[in-house]
Design a binder for this molecule. Structure first.
Ligand SMILES: NC(=O)c1ccc[n+]([C@@H]2O[C@H](COP(=O)([O-])OP(=O)(O)OC[C@H]3O[C@@H](n4cnc5c(N)ncnc54)[C@H](O)[C@@H]3O)[C@@H](O)[C@H]2O)c1
Length: 333
């Protein structure tokens, strides 16, 4: 079976590619323009790297055809609010305008399965403790809005021969071969481990979290199994709904315990960020039988071990923040 992953050089895609090479015998094509670098990617005769733009439909079609692709996992995008806003016109082109072509080209060229990584931030602000897939979407940013608007486009093209599934992941955390230190658990752990204090903005906002290894395990299952029964279904994917201050407290307690310390300070500062929501992921557990195996505490411990083992160097350098990397590119200035 041959799989094409768009955005495979990123935080989730990189971890997934290492996992798939180790645990399966799939041929993997990574289709990624490499906005954030690619030196971390593996070398393997089962791994092909197309350093191309998803907005270039001709190149995308060539990659599908030349590699006889059965499954597309679509991860590529400008993947958070602040980076989206740097050049909203270009971001819309990448996150939304080219999406229909990716789907059409895949279908036309006999791809059997298309998996789309949406986001659970499509729900926007909600007080409900139990936001399920049927809840109304109230996206409050363009990043959220256009991630959501791709979902019905994919559904429109699905049939018995071209199946698809939509995943709405929570905020991912934990170690990846390509780190992102602009995600909550990762930022807080970086500060606590390397600076001895944590800065929390606001703190009362509630967010769902997801360990990166559970995210990658789910993608592996979806790639390897027949999904006809769940064709067109949307799944929330997250484990712990936590207030930011609760995440900070977990980070503090894990690090104090691991390193026999008592002095990790939590500094709370004001924030204008009002995004707050709690998701319910029972559907993926019930329908797909998916079992979440890892927790936020596991993610914090994994990151600490990666720091101990010098797997992450220079963790405050700009290269680990999508916003800082893109801000330096001429097209985003
Ligand atoms: N990381 C999270 O917490 C999280 C949560 C919910 C949903 N998601 C979704 O999961 C997906 C992966 O997230 P991530 O954290 O790995 O993102 P990331 O920003 O680390 O990776 C995105 C990748 O897409 C590539 N890309 C961007 N524009 C491209 C283009 N025009 N052509 C080809 N490649 C392009 C980038 O080079 C990068 O390697 C995204 O779609 C994101 O919206 C992520």
């Amino acid at each position: 079976m041959n799989i094409l992953i768009t955005g495979g050089s990123g935080y989730v895609g990189s971890r997934l590619i290492y996992k798939l090479l180790k645990e399966t015998n799939l041929k993997i094509v990574n289709y990624d323009i490499s906005l954030f670098g690619d030196k971390h990617l593996p070398k393997s005769n089962r791994f092909i790297y197309c350093k191309e733009d998803i907005a270039d439909s001709r190149k995308f079609e060539k990659a599908i055809l030349e590699n006889n692709i059965d499954t597309v996992l679509h991860l590529a995008c400008i993947s958070n609010d602040p980076t989206y806003e740097l050049n909203s016109e270009l971001s819309k082109k990448i996150n939304y305008d080219c999406f229909e072509d990716l789907v059409k080209i895949s279908k036309k060229n006999k791809v059997k399965k298309f998996i789309y990584a949406s986001t659970c931030s499509v729900y926007g602000v909600s007080d409900s403790p139990n936001v399920t897939e049927t809840n109304e979407l109230k996206p409050i940013t363009d990043y959220n809005k256009y991630k959501a608007l791709c979902e019905p486009i994919l559904k429109k093209y699905l049939d018995d021969d071209f199946t698809g599934i939509i995943i709405r992941p929570a905020t991912v955390c934990g170690f990846s071969e390509k780190m992102r230190f602009d995600l909550t658990v990762n930022i807080l752990t970086n500060f606590a481990y390397n600076k001895g204090y944590i800065k929390v903005f606001g703190g009362k906002q509630c967010r769902p979290n997801l360990h990166i290894d559970d995210m990658c395990e789910l993608y592996k299952i979806l790639i390897l199994t027949q999904i006809k029964e769940f064709n067109g279904e949307i799944f929330n994917v997250g484990t712990e709904n936590l207030k930011i201050i609760e995440i900070a407290e977990k980070v503090k307690s894990v690090i104090e315990k691991m390193y026999n310390k008592k002095d990790i300070e939590i500094r709370v500062e004001e924030s204008a960020d009002i995004r707050s929501y709690m998701i319910n992921s029972d559907k993926i557990k019930k329908l797909l039988g998916f079992k979440f195996k890892k927790t936020v505490i596991d993610a914090i411990e994994d990151l600490c071990k990666a720091f101990d083992n010098k797997l992450i160097v220079d963790s405050f350098s700009d290269q680990w923040s999508n916003l800082k990397v893109l801000s330096k590119k001429e097209i985003y200035k």
